[in-house]
Design a protein around this ligand. Structure first.
Ligand code: MG
Length: 269
């Protein structure tokens, strides 16, 4: 297992420089703006990756249009679930896949949205069809499509992966998200879908206590994720990939929290 951080593609060069200073060797690149995913950007990223010795383990590819991270507007705005944004976002994710190919990156990660929990519903079936088309495209680029966890129960995510059935699907397990959305204990989630995990975010938080809003994110080690047990279970299910620290705040405190997380995780690895 290697330690990394999720950083913005927009200023990848600066970020790689900092990651090297802090002693990291991997990262996930993140952008919700696919217009910057060009050949020119790829060349810059490849050069900086070489210069600073940072391996890009995955492209975390977002999409355009509205996104509201709560229980009311979330199901209508996030990912590929809302039909109104689906076609546009599938196109954007294909562009992300092509960009990742230029970087030699095998894993494309995104939030697909609040996956329908009822497998016999029309909304479930139409989503599966769209996901299959996207996953086949990504397969054509020799890549895997990874679902960022959290907006669905673990068994629903596993069912979607099996029903899409293209063989190149995996999970980017964000243990905090499962808690923030109140969907599962991430340690137990590994019992359900452990074999599909290809990426991991190291993030922490609390369960929701307001029924309209997600739980609260906190620095790693201060929330409900039992990291000693989580890391132990990851090893038991055979996970050997990178652990990518995610701290969704900005400024000096973000750096402080990332370095503290690094120290804590190194003891558990
Ligand atoms: Mg995450």
């Amino acid at each position: 297992m290697e330690l990394g951080v999720i950083v913005s593609l927009g200023n990848a060069e600066d970020n790689f420089k900092k990651l090297k200073e802090y002693g990291f060797t991997t990262c996930q690149l993140n952008s919700f703006d696919v217009s910057i995913m060009t050949e020119e950007t790829a060349k810059k990223v490849l050069a900086a990756s070489k210069e600073y010795g940072i391996r890009v383990s995955a492209l975390w590819c977002g999409w355009s249009g509205p996104c509201v991270w709560d229980f009311y507007s979330g199901p209508h705005t996030l990912g590929l679930v809302p039909p109104v944004y689906r076609e546009m976002r599938v196109r954007e994710l294909k562009k992300g896949s092509d960009f990742a190919k230029m970087l030699g990156v095998e894993d494309i990660v995104t939030h697909v949205g609040f996956l329908p929990e009822v497998p016999t519903s029309t909304e479930y079936h139409t989503l599966i069809v769209a996901l299959r088309e996207l996953a086949e495209y990504i397969k054509g680029n020799g890549q895997y499509f990874l679902f960022e966890t959290g907006q669905e129960t673990p068994v629903t995510l596993k069912r979607v992966i099996e029903d899409v059935g293209t063989g190149n699907l995996g999970i980017n397990l964000d243990p905090a998200n499962l808690i923030l959305y109140g969907k599962a204990n991430p340690v137990d989630a590994l019992d359900v879908f452990g074999e599909y995990v290809r990426g991991v975010h190291a993030k922490d938080g609390f369960y929701p206590t307001d029924s309209h809003k997600l739980g609260r994110q906190v620095p790693l080690g201060e929330g409900k994720v039992n990291f000693p047990l989580f890391m132990k279970r990851l090893k038991e299910v055979g996970y050997t990939g990178p652990i990518t620290i995610e701290r969704e705040i900005r400024g000096e405190q973000q750096v402080k929290d990332i370095l503290a997380a690094k120290e804590l995780l190194e003891k558990l690895m």
